[in-house]
Ligand binder design. Structure first.
Ligand SMILES: [Zn+2]
Length: 240
């Protein structure tokens, strides 16, 4: 029993179950108390979010254009515009640094509802969260893209596999470097896990697309080894 009390997990769970009583749920963006009907973000702040409405576009979106001449995607979607200093930045901050993995799931569900009827994503087989640097995951305790993907997966009834892409065996020169330094150059060195060979259309899930460099590297790596797999992108936000 004594040893049990020293396990941080127990205290964490206890804190989680009583914190809403001690600290009423507050808006992730303005910190004001939430009304019973509100979740994560108060209605005022929700009105401040800048939606892309890409689901209504018939012409190419900003996200499509970002990858022109670089890599070809079956479909692309981002829910929000992200602008430095604006409210959507606070959402991402909350998602990344305030230990709020469930916010990601909630926004993922919203993405799922928006794209559910879009032709481009009808034959999606699998959702693959963009992997983050292991050091960041260690500090944060979770990968926010995985939370977003879990939300989308729940609405679309599509499988999610965070380990779909398996790092290829390290070459000798890579193993001599530090564990974290090595990660950066394996992003273009992924191979498909056994058991995923039947997948035809995957969506890479990201939190925010800025330059698109990571997505491009991942897509190129998949296309190089598996030219028959179609690839899409689903992101919570795109920088404006
Ligand atoms: Zn608010």
């Amino acid at each position: 029993m004594k040893r049990l009390l020293f396990q941080p997990k127990i205290w964490k769970n206890l804190y989680r179950s009583i914190s809403p009583i001690i600290f009423p749920e507050s808006c992730l963006m303005c910190k004001n108390e939430l009304a019973a009907s509100e979740q994560w973000v108060c209605s005022f702040c929700h009105g401040e979010l800048v939606y892309t409405y890409f689901e209504l576009y018939t012409e190419p979106t900003k996200l499509d254009q970002l990858f022109w001449g670089r890599v070809s995607f079956a479909g692309t979607y981002a829910l929000l515009y992200f602008e430095k200093g604006k409210s959507s930045q606070k959402i991402l901050h909350a998602l990344k640094y305030q230990s709020n993995p469930t916010v990601g799931v909630a926004f993922g569900k919203e993405i799922g509802r928006k794209i559910k009827l879009l032709e481009a994503f009808k034959d999606l087989d699998l959702l693959v969260p963009v992997p983050i640097h292991p050091k960041k995951e260690f500090v944060r305790g979770y990968n926010q893209s995985e939370q977003i993907a879990a939300g989308i997966a729940a609405v679309l009834s599509v499988k999610m596999d965070a380990n779909f892409l398996k790092k290829q065996e390290h070459t000798e020169s890579q193993t001599t470097r530090g564990k974290f330094a090595r990660w950066d150059n394996v992003v273009d060195n992924f191979i498909l896990k056994k058991g995923n060979q039947n997948v035809k259309h995957i969506a890479l899930v990201d939190d925010v697309v800025t330059t698109g460099a990571t997505l491009e590297a991942l897509a190129r790596s998949i296309q190089k080894n598996y030219p028959d797999i179609r690839i899409s992108i689903l992101s919570l936000a795109i920088t404006k």
